[in-house]
Structure formats: structure tokens, C-alpha cells
Design a protein. Structure first.
Lengths: 590, 129, 597
């Protein structure tokens, strides 16, 4: 490989050509602070505008200071990362940034997780020498995301994920000069834009400018209300990430502690979204099989590929960008939705209370789920199937608020009858998981034979687009694709539009690596190893499960026997399937 | 309009335009070429200065002599209208009197081309700034 | 009978704003009325540069230069000058030094020292007539390049000429072309003309495009030939409607004549040019920002490398040059690099167009050889300071430049000497200041411009410049401290050191150069709370001289904020805390008892 030698802080280093000063220094154990710079290695997510100027270093012979994050190493370069000139400039830049930043760290949703706060602490900022005008923007609330533009430091991470990664383009820099800020077109509310509420902007925002809507207060009030019963469901990806909030290493599996904590908080019933993930496989898998059989039999009207529909940001995406293709995704509700519909009918009847007296809460790795709860079609007469959703981060806060020492909690079990699950359900938390879970069931049903192997390695991994051909003896060679990132999903939609899509079945997740890096998960601050550890943990959890195929889940078999009849029955169509709308945004510019 | 297809076309067009632009070109560097001033006050016009000027311009053009012909006010030689002042680069201006067409022809042929002095030269009685 | 006289009327933006098109109409009407249409013709040209005295009408062949012409003057011009040969004295330019009228523009001080290379056709040809351009060697350089020279030879010629970019930084043009020509050969490349002129008071590029659009098109085609591009784009601000119109006409004509389009001169070389409109952001003059803007993205700079020559418009190799740079190219090809290199100084060849403005008699557009001194420009071409006041400073390089003072008057102007003196060439704005200008206020003015025009991408420029402006405002408001001056210095240095693009890096220059040249004035504002130019309102103090005050009460009655107290026939006093410094009292005082301190 073509390498070059240079000197950083009086030490020589050899790096491949094209390496930035930041990376070269990192390799030597020199940590140059950054703010706008953001990279999630191997997950196709990056932001390198070189705009914050916190990482400036001195390059001997150069007229001005160089931003380490985007300046490439040159042969014989002499770099000083801690010369007085560089340190003074870096401090001044940080002071400037802070001079236009609200001083309300104590009330800030990012307090303790804020990269600006951490940098100010590291740099020992004790006072801000610059006094002057401060930005004054109004806070904006959407069902999922709160925007406080006063805290925006114009790092543009959110803009990069929104434009480059999701191809949504709902937010971007507006105005110029001092008032420049990241906002929506014409200052509209997020819900009136193309925003799909995926929340990845929240996940990457280094400050409190973007945060999730906080529902922890509602939970405490509902639990304390003697007139209602409360139940909670926990999504698969939460169990491999929550531990991080309590100092555990990334990838710790804390399923039992979660169940225990939720019981300690005071929920009347602690259930598992994994249960309804298995239910989803039954419904969606049956739909896949039905459509596929019709298609293979030559039915021209049937829409192929069939696409997954459990990711709420993805649902928003096709409703807003491709409403004309909304017949392609499966009509199956998401596991959260199926759980809510079942709990408010079957379970409310079972315990003998009216549905409005049963509060259903979900714990999700996601902020878009908050919006999904508010969808009118996912409720009855204004009573939502799932009343509201909290993120993994909010659950961590709730645990702390309730004086629970999470780390020392003994494991507990989820309650029955909506608590048992399989390995197929837990892998819903990663990209490729829904596909693999569906294949474990569908291939068995199609061939009528027990699978020789359960692991479909060909759909696993962390590449943004993965395709595979799954031979189904006697039926067809099933062509499948698994994508994450809505930009990749857009490519497939365009293929469908052009009549050139080669796949039968496509799984789409909006977030990097799937739900494990959902926007409601603990902040990873650009450390891809955290996401990878969660990824590994999900498959470990799968391996640990005694049952690993959804159709073998005894509680699922029971509910069909007792309530739904069979997959895609009339009752399940009514309760477990949904419809999509044309929500294309039309900008009226007048 | 035909397209300019090659270098020759461009040159042809440039040459074609030259006569139309020469007026401006020449005025841009007046001291490098022959300057002819025709007294064009009322008395000059009455005596035929317009015809003289017109003749000079057409004739010089025909002979492809670069010259700047311009009209000026009364030169003060009312007894000898039309009056014409000719300045050949590097030489002092010479004023000719009674320049009707035949003398104008003589000025071109003998003074401008031949460099010899002809009859009708008036004593210079002013200097222009 | 052939046309004997040309009446050139300036059709530039400045003169058009003063109704020069009506003058044209009136002149034509008079020509028709006197049956003179085949004797004289009216030609609308580009800018003559002498905008101070516009609208300008110039009579050819005698070079009579009429200034401040009104439509109603047309009749007299035709009847007196065209018919009778008598110059209209009252419209002639009067030289301020001799007080004599100057009938022939060749003898005007304003033009004497000028050398018009880039502006060669401005004010001379009808910019909407391609044939007039061709008559002046238009497209001859392109023909020469395409038929007689290889791209390498053309680039070598440009390199040899020593031409440097006229947009500001002065990067050698030939070298820029060479880099672009070697970058990713065989791929689609682009030639971009940067016509996003944004310095306050600068209008060089606009005038060039309005007066001689074909030279720019020709030069872009030459560049396309050199670097291997078949597409040219002109990024021009939408506020330049006349320049846009002239360019549209020129492009259409050039296409009709086969001088743009496919197979130019039968050589197989294709080149087409499109216009792209900018919304008038200063930062879009920075080449990476300009390219983003053309791509439909937010007009903000990105870090270089990659340079546009490596990855520019749509990610393709792109050469960006400024209008004036292109304007020099055809002349260099036609007259040779040696001729061009013989003009100017050792490292800065040729001429530079400046927009002369401020407290100077002859405001306008000038083109001078490099190496001329500021003194020659200001006192000879510019006709000295208005009202005979004392020269104080001259700002070059626009908001990115700095202030030069008396001690720099005899410095030969070129790229390097200006940088050495703490300013820069910039695109060619030159604003002259006299003793009535407060240098702190001037720095504040320029900074205010940068603050408005910053794209907001990088912290030092977005926040830092705002803070600088706030500190300057504090000083001019009389609330500054010596610590503020220290902070001003440190912050300026940091912004210069850390900002992302050229705009940000140079934005503190007006502050730094005024601090270094007029430190005393800053200290006066802070310590003595005094503005010697009397520009800073907050530092003005109106006082009544008790010896002169008769106690007439006129001032007290006139004061809008009742800040003056006193009894009849006794000296009055101005309460400084209430005074809003409106100056009404001075106007009312019949005894000259009130003065400003």
C-alpha cells in the first residue's frame, strides 16, 4: 500500500496515503477533539463538512490552521496538535460556539450525553468572554421529535443523515450569517414536510437541538391512576442496548432485568413485543406465501416484491414519497401495532375491563414509533391500540427516577399470555432479522419439510444492501433483498417503478443496522463498535432461545386457537392488518 | 446569415466590417493617421463643404487610404471657403482654401499621396488644442 | 452616402439608470427629422468608465465627450454638432484642475493614464452586434487557437504571459488551465465563468459583460479547447439583468454565426455556453460555493482539496475563472504573450480594472497597468479628493481587503505589494476615504457586510464575525475598553487562522489593517471617547459656550427631547445624558454658541 511518513507532535508516523490528520493522530493515541465530524464506520453514515473548526491543528509552513478531520496527511508534514496557536484558536472557537448557546445544561434533554458540554468540560471552560446576540428560535414539537434550534451548532450531522443517508431532505441549513441554522423548508413543522420521523437526526445530534418527545411523566401518572390498568411491551432491540445506560459493556443482554425493572416501576402487566413479532411472522409470512404462490401461478395483478412493513419510518417514507406503490408492502401491522390490537381486544376481554381502561405502553428503540401510536387507523374511536411509546433512553431515565438499581436487579420473566417468544422474534432487532424470521417459517410452510438449517447467514451482515437467492425446493428460487437506510430503499422503489425490480421479497429498515441503532437507543456518538456489539448480541440472544421459529411459539399457537383462528383470517385481517395512505407532501409556494 | 465555417469566413467578415468600423478605429488613434478637418460652419456649408467632405470620405475610402475626416466649426477663413485642414502624421497641419471637388482631388493625389505642396495653402493663423 | 459620424451612447447599467435609452431615442428622432440617418448613426455601447459624469455621449470621429447628457440635449447635439460642426460647450467635460473644458476625450486626465486591454471594446462597440466585435478581432484568437495551435501551446502562451486570476487571489491562469487539462482526461469537463461580482461598489465584471460579452464567450471557448471541455457555464447574479440580456443576445448570435456550437471553424471542436443565475450571495464568488450553487445546492464553500480542477461541477473537472481574467485571453493570443508580459510589474503582468469610488472626484471604471501607484490613480485619474479634502485611506480588495494609507501612496500596485501592505488586489474595488471618515466606522461597515454575507457554515465566520462586529459597535458607541481592543486583535487573528473559506479567512482584514494603520483612532475612541472624524454619533458631544450664549432659549425650545435647560438671558446647558445628538440646537442657535466636541 502507498504510505507516507509525517511527524505529529514530534513523533514520526507512517500512514496510508489519503489518511486524515485526525485518523493518523488517533492511531498514535493523540485525541484531537471534534464536533461536526461524524462517522459510523462500516454503516455508510458520515458527516465531514469541516465546519465547526474545533479540530484545528498547526501544520508547519501552512498559512492558516488546518482542520484535522478533513486535511489529508502529506509526506514530511509536520503537525502540532497542541501548540499554543492551535490551542488558543480551538478554545476561542469553542467559546464563540458557547457564546451563542443557551446556558441551560441542567434542564437540557442531552445533559450528560452532550458532546458540546463534554468538550467544554474537557477544555476547562470557566467563563465565556464573548457577550452578544443569541439566537432566538421557537421550539418545535412533532409527535416524535423536539427541535430546539437555539442549541443548533450547525454541525450539519442531522442534515447529512437526512439527505445523504435517508434521501429524505426534510431539514437543512437555512438563512446565512449569524442566523444560519438547520431547519425545515420555509420553517414548516416537521410533520408538514417530507420528514419520516426516523429520528436519526436525534441520534447523531451532538447537542440538545434535537431530542425525542419525553413520555416518562405520562407513565408515572398512569401507573398511579387507580382507575386504569397498565401494560407494557418491550421491543427486541431494547434488550441489547439498555445496559449501556447503566455502565454495562455494549452488547450486554439484559432481557430479564428489563422485565424485573418494569415490574418494579409498577406496570400491572409486563409483556414482550417479541411475542407479537412472532405473530407478525405468522401474518406477514402467510401473506408472502399467498402472494408468491399467486405470482408464480401467473397472476399479473399481484404485487411483487412484497416488502416488510414493521419499520414506521419506512411506512412514512412510502406514504410520503411513493404512495403510488403502497400496494407493495405487506399489509401486516408492525409488532407494536399487532400487540396493541391484541391487548386491547383479546386481553382486555380476558381480564374483563373496557379497552379504554387498559393503558398500553411500548418501549421501543425508535422515535418514529411515537408517531405510529398516534395513527388514527391504529386505534378504535380515538382510543389508540398503543397509548404511547417511550424510547430505550426514556426507560433508562424512568428506572433512575424510580430509584431502581438496575445492575443488581435479579432477572424476571415476562408475563403470560403475551410474553413468550422465539429466536425468530428477537432478530427483528437487526437488519435482515425480519427476513430471516420470515424465511424460517415460510420455507418450512412452502416445502412442508423441517428446515435443515435455521441460520440464513446470507441475509445477515451490516452491508446497506444485501441480496440472496434462497432455493425453495419444488417452489422457486426465492430472490430476496435486505436493505437499511431509506436511500437504499429508494433505489428499490425506483426499480419497482421502472419495472426492473428482480426481487420477490424485500426487507427495509430505516436505521443503520436496523433497530439496534434506532433513534431511541442509547447514544453511540459515532462509535460503530457499539452498534456491532448490539448486532452480535441479538444473534447471541437468538441462539440462546429454546425455540427459534415463530410458528413453533406455543403462545402464538394458542392465540390462533383461542382467538384469531388462523393467519390472515377475517379476524386477523380486521385486527392485525392495516391500510396505507397517500401522504405526498405538496408544497404550495405563493 | 451564413455560418462562419472557417478562418477565411471570419477574415472576410472582419474585412467587410472594417469600412463600417474604420471611423471609430481611426478616431481611437487619431495621431497615427491622416486627419482631415473640414470647416463646416454656415458659410462653409453654403460654399459646398458638405459635398467636399463627402467626396473626401468616399475617395479616400476607395483608395484605401486610412484617414480621419471630421467636420469642425468655422476656421476663420471666410474668404476661402470651403476650408480643409490636413494633418499628415509627423507633419504640421496645412490648411487649404477654396477646396471644391477638383482641389480635393488634388489634395489627395498630390499632397497626401505624393507629398508635394499644392496651391491654395493658407497661412496658419491659429493653433488648436 | 456613407455614414460619417457615429454617436456613441453609453448603455451600461449606470447610464441606463439615468435614462440613456431615452437619449438614444431622442437622438434617433432628431436624425430622422433632419434627414441625417445616412450621415450619422447612433450606437449603443458598453460603459465608458466615467460613470461620475454619466450619461455619456461620445461623438466619433472627433472624440467629443459629452457628459451628463439629458434626453432634451439631443436636439442641440444634432443641430449644433452634427449639422454645424459646433461642439455643445455646456456639455463638455471640464477638467477640475484647469477649469477648462476638454472637448476630446483623448486629452482627459481620466483616460490619459489608462491602458484599456480588458475594457478595449467597452464604450467602443455595440455589444449587441457580433459583427462589430468581429471587426475588432473578435473570435480571431479562438480561430488562431483552433487552427494553428495545440491546447498545450495555448496553455504555454497563457503561462508565458504571466496572467494571474483577476478575481482576487491572483492564481496563475495558465497553471490553473494546465491542471484542469491534465485532470481526468477524456471525461466531461466544464468551463465556468465567475460573474458573481459582490464587493460593495464594484462593477468591473458587470461592465465588461455589458460592454463586450463576445470576448468572454470567446475566451471560455479557448479555455474549453485547452482543458478539453465542451461546455461552458456563466454564473451571473440575477441582479444584473442588462448583462444577462447582453450575454443572451451574444450567445444566440455566436451560435447563429457558428462561433459557438458544433464543429467550430470546421475543426471538430464543439463548445456551448449556458447561463446560471445566482441570487446575489457574496460567498458564491468563492469557487466551491459557486459550483454548489450551480448544482442547485446551498451556496456554501467546501474544503479544498479537492479543487474544482479535480472535482468541480457535478463532480467533474472544472475550470473557474473570473470575467476579467477571461477578457484578457483573446488579446494575449492575438498580440502574443511577450507583448502582454511587457506590461506591468515583474510578478503581476498586464492591467487591472478598478471600480473607483468614495470621496474622489472621478468615480468610475478604470483600467491601469500593474505597477501604477495609488497616487497616480487617486490624484491623476481620479482627479483628487472631493472638495479638496485631505486623503486618509483607500480600501482595496473589498471586504476581504484592507485600508492603505498615505505611506502606501507611492507603492506600485500589484498582487504582491498589496498583500505586503496588508491589503489585497481583490476583484478591484477601490474606495477612497478622506479626513471625514472614521476608520473604526469603516472597519465596522465592512464587517457588517461580511456578517450579512457569511454563509454560516463555519463557527469562526458565523459567530466570530458577529462578535467582532459587536465589539466594534461597542467601541463606536463609546462603551469600548482597552480589553475590547485586545479581544478584537485576538479574535481577528483566530478567525483568520480558522475560517473555512477565503471569505472567512479574509473577513477580519479591514479590522486588522485599520488597527495597524490607525491604532491611535481606536485608542481615542476607547480612552478619550472621541471620534476625530465626527462620524460616531455616540461620541459626539454638543456643548454650549456660556460666553457666547445669550440665553435666547431658541435651542431649548427646539430640542426634541428637552435636553437643554436654562433660564432666559442666562447661558443654557445641554444635559449630555438626554441629548440624542440630532443637531437641531446648532441649527437654531443664531450666535454660534453651540459646537460639537
Amino acid at each position: 500500500m502507498d504510505t507516507i511518513k509525517l511527524t505529529i507532535d514530534n513523533r514520526e508516523v507512517e500512514v496510508p496515503r489519503g489518511t486524515t490528520i485526525l485518523k493518523a493522530a488517533e492511531q498514535m493515541g493523540i485525541r484531537i477533539p471534534t464536533l461536526c465530524h461524524f462517522e459510523l464506520d462500516g454503516l455508510a453514515l458520515e458527516n465531514r463538512p469541516g465546519g465547526c473548526r474545533v479540530c484545528v491543528v498547526e501544520v508547519v509552513g501552512r498559512r492558516n490552521l488546518a482542520p484535522a478531520c478533513i486535511t489529508e496527511c502529506m509526506p514530511d508534514m509536520v503537525v502540532k496538535t497542541n501548540s499554543f496557536r492551535a490551542l488558543n484558536a480551538r478554545r476561542t472557537v469553542l467559546e464563540l460556539m458557547l457564546s451563542d448557546h443557551p446556558n441551560d445544561c441542567l434542564q437540557c434533554p442531552k445533559s450528560g450525553k452532550c458532546e458540546l458540554q463534554a468538550l467544554a468540560a474537557d477544555m476547562g471552560i470557566r467563563e465565556i468572554p464573548f457577550k452578544g446576540q443569541q439566537s432566538q428560535y421557537a421550539k418545535e414539537f412533532s409527535p416524535s421529535i423536539v427541535r430546539d434550534a437555539n442549541k443548533c451548532i450547525m454541525c450539519r450531522r442531522c442534515e447529512s443523515v437526512c439527505h445523504e443517508y435517508q434521501s429524505v431532505g426534510a431539514i437543512g441549513a437555512v438563512e446565512r450569517g449569524f442566523p444560519a441554522v438547520v431547519s425545515t423548508a420555509f420553517g414548516k413543522n416537521l410533520t408538514d414536510t417530507n420528514c419520516v420521523l426516523c429520528g436519526q437526526c436525534v441520534a447523531v445530534c451532538p447537542t440538545g437541538a434535537l431530542a425525542e418527545v419525553d413520555n416518562t411523566g405520562k407513565i408515572l401518572r398512569d401507573i398511579a391512576n387507580p382507575d386504569v390498568k397498565t401494560c407494557v411491551q418491550v421491543a427486541p432491540a431494547v434488550r441489547v442496548a439498555l445496559g449501556e445506560e447503566f455502565g454495562m459493556p455494549p452488547g450486554s443482554i439484559v432481557t430479564g432485568k428489563i422485565a424485573a425493572a418494569l415490574k418494579a416501576i409498577g406496570f400491572d402487566y409486563v409483556f414482550d413485543t417479541d411475542w407479537s413479532a412472532d405473530l407478525t411472522i405468522m401474518e406477514e409470512g402467510t401473506e408472502v406465501i399467498g402472494r408468491l404462490k399467486a405470482y408464480l401461478a401467473g397472476d399479473k395483478d399481484v404485487k411483487i416484491p412484497i416488502m416488510t412493513s414493521c419499520c414506521p419510518a419506512w411506512v412514512n417514507f412510502y406514504e410520503k414519497f411513493y404512495p403510488e406503490l403502497r400496494d407493495y408492502p405487506s399489509t401486516a401491522k408492525s409488532p407494536q401495532g399487532m400487540f396493541g390490537a391484541t391487548v386491547k381486544t383479546y386481553f382486555a376481554d380476558k381480564i374483563g375491563i373496557p379497552r379504554k381502561n387498559l393503558i398500553c405502553v411500548s418501549v421501543m428503540p425508535c422515535v418514529a414509533k411515537k408517531y405510529e401510536c398516534e395513527r388514527e387507523e391504529l386505534g378504535v374511536n380515538g382510543d389508540p391500540d398503543v397509548n404511547y411509546s417511550i424510547t430505550t433512553r426514556e426507560l433508562a431515565r424512568l428506572i433512575k427516577i424510580c430509584n431502581i438499581d438496575f445492575n443488581s436487579l435479579p432477572d424476571a420473566e415476562f408475563d403470560s399470555p403475551l410474553g413468550a417468544s422465539t429466536g425468530a422474534a428477537v432478530i427483528f432487532g437487526v437488519t435482515g432479522g425480519v427476513m430471516e424470521a420470515a424465511l424460517r417459517t415460510a420455507v418450512e410452510v412452502l416445502t412442508g419439510e423441517t428446515l435443515p438449517r435455521i441460520d440464513f447467514e446470507e441475509v445477515r451482515g451490516l452491508d446497506g444492501v444485501r441480496e440472496a437467492t434462497i432455493p425453495v425446493p419444488g417452489v422457486a428460487d426465492l430472490k430476496v433483498a435486505v436493505v437499511y437506510g431509506l436511500k437504499n430503499a429508494r433505489t428499490i422503489m425506483e426499480q419497482i417503478k421502472a419495472g426492473e425490480c428482480p426481487y420477490h421479497f424485500v426487507e427495509v429498515m430505516a436505521c443503520p443496522g436496523g433497530c439496534i441503532d434506532g433513534a431511541g437507543q442509547p447514544y453511540h456518538h459515532g462509535d460503530a463498535s457499539i452498534v456491532k456489539a448490539r448486532h452480535a448480541a441479538i444473534y447471541e440472544a437468538d441462539r440462546n432461545m429454546p425455540i427459534r421459529k415463530s410458528h413453533e411459539n406455543p403462545e402464538i399457537q394458542a392465540i390462533y386457537k383461542e382467538f384469531y383462528g388462523k393467519p390472515c383470517s377475517e379476524k386477523s385481517h380486521h385486527l392485525l392488518h392495516t391500510i396505507y395512505f397517500d401522504k405526498k407532501i405538496k408544497f404550495d409556494i405563493d | 446569415m451564413d455560418k462562419i465555417r472557417n478562418l477565411a469566413d471570419l477574415r472576410k467578415m472582419k474585412e467587410g466590417m472594417q469600412s463600417r468600423m474604420s471611423l471609430r478605429e481611426n478616431s481611437n488613434s487619431p495621431d497615427a493617421i491622416i486627419q482631415i478637418k473640414v470647416g463646416m460652419a454656415t458659410s462653409g456649408i453654403a460654399s459646398g463643404a458638405k459635398e467636399t467632405m463627402s467626396y473626401l470620405i468616399t475617395e479616400l475610402d476607395k483608395r484605401q487610404i486610412k484617414a480621419l475626416v471630421m467636420q469642425v466649426g468655422d476656421m476663420g477663413y471666410s474668404y476661402a471657403e470651403p476650408t480643409v485642414e490636413v494633418t499628415i502624421p509627423g507633419k504640421d497641419p496645412v490648411v487649404f482654401g477654396d477646396v471644391k471637388i477638383p482641389r480635393a482631388q488634388e489634395i489627395i493625389e498630390k499632397y497626401i499621396i505624393g507629398g508635394e505642396l499644392i496651391e491654395g495653402i493658407l497661412p496658419a493663423n491659429y493653433r488648436s488644442i | 452616402m456613407a455614414v460619417k459620424m457615429h454617436i456613441l451612447v453609453c448603455g451600461g447599467t449606470g447610464c441606463s439608470a439615468s435614462a440613456s435609452h431615452e437619449i438614444v431615442a431622442e437622438l434617433n428622432k432628431e436624425l430622422v427629422a433632419h434627414d441625417l440617418t445616412d450621415f450619422a448613426k447612433v450606437v449603443v455601447t458598453g460603459c465608458f468608465g466615467f460613470c461620475e459624469r454619466g450619461p455619456i455621449v461620445k461623438i466619433i470621429p472627433d472624440n467629443t465627450f459629452y457628459t451628463r447628457v439629458k434626453p432634451s440635449d439631443a436636439k442641440e447635439i444634432i443641430e449644433e454638432h452634427i449639422i454645424k460642426g459646433r461642439k455643445v460647450q455646456r456639455l463638455l467635460y471640464v477638467a477640475p484642475d484647469t477649469n477648462q473644458s476638454v472637448p476630446d476625450s483623448k486629452h482627459m486626465e481620466f483616460y490619459k493614464k489608462q491602458l484599456r486591454i480588458a475594457l478595449r471594446n467597452c464604450g467602443f462597440i455595440d455589444p449587441e452586434n457580433i459583427e462589430e466585435s468581429i471587426a475588432r478581432d473578435g473570435y480571431a484568437a479562438l480561430a488562431k487557437c483552433l487552427t494553428e495551435m495545440t491546447p498545450e501551446q495555448v496553455i504555454a502562451e497563457i503561462k508565458k504571459s504571466g496572467l494571474r486570476g483577476r478575481g482576487g487571489a491572483g492564481f496563475p491562469t495558465g497553471l490553473k488551465w494546465e491542471i484542469a487539462s491534465k485532470s481526468r482526461p477524456g471525461e466531461q469537463k466544464y468551463v465556468v465563468c465567475n460573474a458573481d461580482e459582490g464587493d460593495p461598489g464594484a462593477f468591473m465584471d458587470r461592465s465588461l459583460l455589458e460592454g463586450d460579452p463576445h470576448s468572454i464567450l470567446e475566451a471560455m471557448a479557448i479555455c474549453g479547447y485547452c482543458i478539453g471541455a465542451s461546455k461552458g457555464l456563466i454564473y451571473i447574479r440575477a441582479e444584473y439583468p442588462l448583462a444577462i440580456h447582453r450575454l443572451q443576445v451574444a450567445i444566440q448570435q455566436a451560435e447563429e454565426y457558428g462561433l459557438l456550437g458544433k464543429d467550430i471553424f470546421g475543426t471538430g471542436f464543439d463548445f456551448e455556453i449556458e447561463l446560471r443565475y445566482g441570487a446575489g450571495a457574496f460567498v458564491c464568488g468563492e469557487e466551491t460555493a459557486l459550483i454548489h450553487s450551480m448544482e442547485g445546492k446551498r451556496g456554501e464553500p467546501t474544503f479544498k482539496p479537492p479543487f474544482p480542477a479535480q472535482s468541480g461541477y457535478l463532480g467533474k473537472p472544472t475550470n473557474v475563472n473570473n470575467v476579467e481574467t477571461y477578457a484578457n485571453i483573446p488579446v494575449i493570443i492575438n498580440k502574443g504573450a511577450d507583448w502582454f508580459a511587457s506590461i506591468g510589474t515583474e510578478k503581476s503582468k498586464g492591467t487591472k480594472v478598478f471600480a473607483l469610488a468614495g470621496k474622489i472626484n472621478n468615480v468610475g471604471l478604470i483600467e491601469v497597468p500593474m505597477g501604477i501607484t495609488l497616487r497616480e490613480i487617486i490624484y491623476e485619474i481620479g482627479g483628487g479628493i472631493k472638495g479638496g479634502k485631505k486623503f486618509k485611506a483607500v480600501q482595496t480588495g473589498g471586504p476581504s481587503g484592507g485600508c492603505l494609507t498615505e505611506k502606501h501612496l507611492d507603492t506600485p500596485i500589484d498582487y504582491d505589494s498589496l498583500v505586503a501592505a496588508g491589503s489585497m488586489m481583490g476583484s478591484g474595488g477601490m474606495i477612497v476615504m478622506d479626513e471625514d471618515d472614521c476608520m473604526v466606522a469603516i472597519a465596522k461597515f465592512y464587517l457588517g457586510f461580511t456578517v450579512d454575507e457569511s454563509c454560516g457554515k463555519c463557527t469562526p465566520c458565523r459567530v466570530g464575525n458577529r462578535r467582532l462586529l459587536e465589539i466594534l459597535t461597542k467601541i463606536t458607541d463609546g462603551k469600548g475598553t482597552m480589553e475590547d481592543l485586545e479581544q478584537l486583535k485576538n479574535l481577528s487573528a483566530v478567525i483568520k487562522d480558522t475560517a473555512l473559506c477565503g471569505l472567512g479567512q479574509t473577513s477580519p482584514n479591514p479590522v486588522l489593517s485599520t488597527i495597524s494603520n490607525f491604532w491611535d483612532e481606536y485608542v481615542e475612541h476607547v480612552v478619550d471617547k472621541k471620534c476625530r472624524a465626527g462620524q460616531c454619533k455616540a461620541l459626539k458631544k454638543y456643548v454650549i459656550d456660556p460666553a457666547k450664549c445669550k440665553g435666547c432659549t431658541a435651542c431649548a425650545r427646539a430640542c426634541p427631547v428637552s435636553a437643554i435647560s436654562g433660564t432666559v438671558k442666562n447661558p443654557h446647558v445641554i444635559n449630555q445624558l438626554d441629548c440624542i445628538k440630532c443637531g437641531t440646537c446648532i441649527e437654531k442657535c443664531k450666535f454660534g454658541a453651540i459646537s460639537i466636541q
